[in-house]
Design a protein around this ligand. Structure first.
Ligand SMILES: *[C@@H]1O[C@H](CO)[C@@H](O)[C@H](O)[C@H]1NC(C)=O
Ligand SMILES: *[C@@H]1O[C@H](CO)[C@@H](O)[C@H](O)[C@H]1NC(C)=O
Length: 358
């Protein structure tokens, strides 16, 4: 019987775990996630509303440079060329109000982009500033309507030049006093290089020292990713190079959010919390983790599991505290149950005594 009561106690306790989860995002790890490449991953507003993420990268501005008109591609979510992505402005505002930074990621795997010259880089920087950040463009020319994003993310996956020029031009525009009502914001530069150091596409840009956060892709790259099970040596030495090489940035461990999200490099949430994060989080400029992508994370609940695993791990007395609570609930239930039993026995077998008491 006490076993059954204690099962009930466990149920009550796991309900309190749900409450814990709501607090995990603040007490757990900072997660950056890519959103935009799968219409069934839920809206941007829902994504931010989970409370799981600190940064959302809109993926991607996939066409730009060398004379191409820039095109924002958010898959089935909306169609930027016909103006329907402007409706995302309300979601972006709700994300920002909840403290989530929303960035425009340029590049991606489709490789419909490159830069042809320093002036090409200058033109793109001006376009990004005017149409997505604090610059002056208004109305229909802004693909995301009145939204003012928090910065630009470089996910450049094919080696080419002039991204250092792009970073310098953006950083210089960031220091401009934006027109009201866009004043007072701090804009970010972030990047997603591959883990072989230095990155073939972004080395020159990163060497400017202008990037705030760098989420390194520790996947699809066996020479530098975590070699499950238990072999972190390749990751450890690549991580040391990245964190030492980017002293002015915070560095994030980029991972697939499920087995399907990449060809290799997936680490389950418990192993990440117990085996891999201890390898990386000692770095002074460790920032958190990055996930590709919201779509996979939604299906696998990777972030939910990770935040829960960290919540337990970060409470050294957690297991003790939790079984202490369990014991208290058990004791209380046993008390209530035995009171009930006494009443029952008295009512059934000694009704006369009851009269007497009355
Ligand atoms: C989008 O996500 C759904 C649900 O997980 C999946 O079935 C589908 O294959 C994905 N589509 C693409 C293009 O990745
Ligand atoms: C950029 O892409 C265009 C079109 O694909 C190509 O003609 C050009 O050579 C490329 N430029 C550089 C610098 O890679």
């Amino acid at each position: 019987m006490s076993g059954k009561l204690c099962f009930l106690a466990s149920v009550l306790l796991s309900m309190s775990t749900v409450v814990d989860l709501a607090m995990a995002a603040s007490g757990g790890v900072n997660i950056a996630v890519y959103w935009g490449q799968n219409g069934s991953e839920g809206t941007l507003g829902e994504t931010c509303g989970t409370g799981l993420y600190a940064y959302v990268n809109l993926a991607f501005l996939s066409t730009f440079g060398a004379g191409r008109a820039p095109v924002l591609n958010l898959a089935d979510h909306c169609d930027a060329p016909s103006g329907t992505c402007a409706s995302l402005a309300a979601d972006i505002a709700s994300c920002q109000a909840a403290g989530v930074k929303v960035l425009l990621s340029i590049g991606g795997g489709a490789l419909g982009y490159n830069l042809s010259s320093p002036s090409d880089a200058r033109d793109l920087a001006a376009y990004l500033w005017d149409n997505f950040l604090g610059g002056g463009a208004t109305g229909a020319s802004r693909p995301l309507g009145d939204a003012v994003l928090d910065g630009v993310d470089f996910d450049i996956e094919s080696p080419s030049r002039f991204y250092d020029d792009l970073a310098r031009n953006l950083a210089s525009l960031y220091t401009r006093a934006p027109r009201p009502p866009r004043g007072g914001k701090t804009y970010l530069l972030t990047a997603a290089p591959q883990c072989p150091y230095p990155d073939a596409s972004l080395a020159a840009a990163l060497a400017t020292g202008l990037f705030d956060h760098v989420w390194v892709q520790f996947y699809n790259n066996p020479p530098c990713q975590y070699a499950a099970p238990g072999d972190a040596s390749a990751l450890r030495s690549a991580w040391a190079q990245w964190t030492a090489g980017l002293p002015a940035a915070t560095v994030f461990l980029g991972l697939p959010a499920s087995l399907d999200a990449a060809d290799s490099g997936f680490v389950d949430a418990d192993t990440l919390a117990s085996q891999v994060l201890p390898v990386v989080e000692g770095a002074a400029n460790y920032g958190g983790i990055m996930l590709w992508s919201r779509s996979y994370d939604k299906d696998s609940s990777f972030s939910v599991k990770l935040q829960a695993a960290l919540q337990n791990r970060n409470k050294p007395t957690g297991a003790g505290a939790s079984s202490h609570t369990k014991r208290r609930i058990c004791k209380w239930l046993t008390f209530v149950y035995s009171e009930f039993l006494i009443q029952y026995v008295v009512l059934h077998y000694y009704p006369s005594q009851l009269q007497f008491y009355n």
